[in-house]
Design a protein around this ligand. Structure first.
Ligand code: NAD
Length: 463
């Protein structure tokens, strides 16, 4: 199948192509178009021209279009899921879950209330309006290429903006297929999809006619996006990297917590911005938790995502695979590898689920974002000390606290410098609950009415 760009309602090929590699075989299995600068300009122009009609389309009709898009995704769900596994690597069951989440995100966005209200002000009639910005550039990473992009598109379209969407170079296919599915269901130019290399993202951030960039990706790239957007004072939402900590308090059931923590650390081979990436366990249950985690790690079936029974797929690309191996090597003499620590099979970017205990708190695997199937486990005695260690990170995306006393856990939550604190759970994201990063994990929210406000600007009408 030939994957095409969507520009002004038309599917287009390009002069140059980018091979797409299946991370479980390291073989090229498809090509994606590399959009030229002219194609980007035409996509932005089409989105600009579609903006006026789209923002004036009654809200209920925009909601109905999102529901129709969700239905179209459901109708092609299996094809999208298999393609997602091939380009991203995740097990087919997880790919099906991601595609279903994309559809749910469209439906749930269709239900969200838009911001805006009247302000009480004696002698004046003051209306606080939120109006769409214009053309939104949506840039997504490769870990959840489908659902992260769909959420951006849903929020931007609901709020009356038009979109130019750019997937990551290594996972462009499900977004291109979505463009093909969505094109006939929207007025031409309302949604445009362009794929290419990183420079395409850079051109988007610098483009004078894109009014906002909604970016999800790494912190270093987030900085470049901010730099590029500075010239035009473009609006930005930056959802960046994380190094989420989980804190296990004394008295927690080691077995039950270990099971839930394990899935929140190893989902998608650990390639989740809000995966648990460092675990602090009270000394009283440290050994027990480490044992449980190691048993779980050894039981995981690692292999190609399309193979029956596989629970963990490969890392998505070679660069990430090599980076995670490097972090494991660095940790070898700074802690005890209780499980994993090796390449799981070859070819393919497979790494065994790895548990590292008694690790030096300054080791790279603790301080940096590993974004892979490796969990460092740290022992603590004093909870205040752990809070300081958690807050010492440059990142501040999420964190979780595990313990039998929810009130005590909520008290501790108030001390954490992060965007979301979960108690006795992790990874729980919903379309109606805003999600935002603190510190170098980014700024601006996505999801919820607060997230929609980021796709709009304030206009006060005061009479
Ligand atoms: P990345 O930063 O390398 O790439 C993300 C996207 O940015 C890609 O589409 C890429 O082509 C594009 N890009 C690259 N250079 C650019 C530039 N100069 N200007 C504009 N766009 C550019 O990230 P990645 O490696 O694809 O994804 C992994 C990272 O994403 C991790 O750090 C992870 O934590 C983060 N992430 C964050 C969230 C969140 O919601 N906070 C969610 C998922 C992933």
């Amino acid at each position: 199948m030939a994957y095409k760009l969507l520009i002004g309602g038309q599917l287009e090929t390009s002069q140059n192509i980018l091979p797409v590699v299946d991370p479980s075989t390291e073989q090229i299995f498809a090509d994606s178009p590399i959009a030229s600068r002219d194609q980007l300009d035409r996509a932005v122009l089409a989105a600009q021209q579609a903006f006026s009609a789209w923002k004036n389309t009654p809200l209920d009709e925009r909601r109905a279009r999102l529901v129709a898009l969700a239905q179209a995704v459901d109708d092609r769900a299996e094809e999208l899921s298999v393609l997602l596994t091939r380009e991203q690597g995740k097990p087919l069951a997880e790919a099906r879950g991601e595609v279903a989440l994309g559809s749910m995100s469209l439906k749930a966005h269709a239900q969200l209330a838009l911001p805006g209200h009247r302000i009480e002000s004696p002698g004046s009639d003051v209306e606080l309006q939120y109006v769409p910005l214009g053309v939104v550039g949506a840039i997504a990473p490769w870990n959840f290429p489908f659902t992260l992009m769909i959420s951006k598109i849903a929020a931007a379209l609901l709020t009356g903006n038009t979109v130019v969407a750019k997937p990551a170079p290594t996972t462009p296919l499900t977004t291109l297929l979505f463009g093909e599915i969505a094109g006939p269901l929207l007025p031409p130019g309302t949604l445009n999809v362009v794929s290419g290399n990183n420079d395409l993202g850079q051109w988007m951030t610098e483009h004078p006619d894109i009014r906002k960039i909604s970016f999800t990706g790494s912190t270093p790239t987030g900085r470049k996006v901010m730099e590029g957007a500075a010239v035009w004072l473009k609006r930005l939402t930056l959802e960046l990297g994380g190094n989420d900590a989980a804190i296990v308090l004394p008295g927690t059931s080691a077995r039950e917590a270990a099971r839930k923590i394990f899935s929140a650390a190893f989902l998608n081979a650990g390639q989740v911005c809000i995966a648990i990436k460092r675990l602090y366990v009270h000394a009283s249950i440290y050994d027990e938790v480490c044992d449980e985690l190691s048993i779980l790690a050894r039981s995981v079936v690692v292999g190609p995502g399309l193979e029956e029974g596989v629970q963990q797929g490969p890392l998505q690309n070679r660069a990430q695979f090599e980076r995670v191996l490097e972090l494991i090597e660095d940790a070898r003499d700074k802690g005890d590898i209780l499980a994993g620590g090796q390449i799981a099979r070859s070819p393919g970017f497979f790494i065994q689920p790895t548990i590292i205990a008694n690790i030096d708190p300054d080791a790279r695997i603790v301080v940096e974002e590993q974004f892979g199937p490796v969990l460092p486990v740290l022992r603590y005695e004093d909870v205040d000390d752990v809070i300081s260690q958690v807050n010492a990170s440059a990142y501040g995306l999420g964190a979780s606290i595990w313990g039998p006393d929810t009130a005590a856990a909520r008290e501790l939550a108030n001390e954490l410098d992060v965007g979301t604190v979960w108690i006795n759970k992790h990874l729980d994201l919903r379309t109606n609950i805003p999600f935002a990063g603190a510190k170098q994990s980014g700024f601006g929210a996505e999801r919820g009415t607060e997230g929609l406000a980021e796709y709009m600007q304030i206009r006060v009408v005061n009479s």
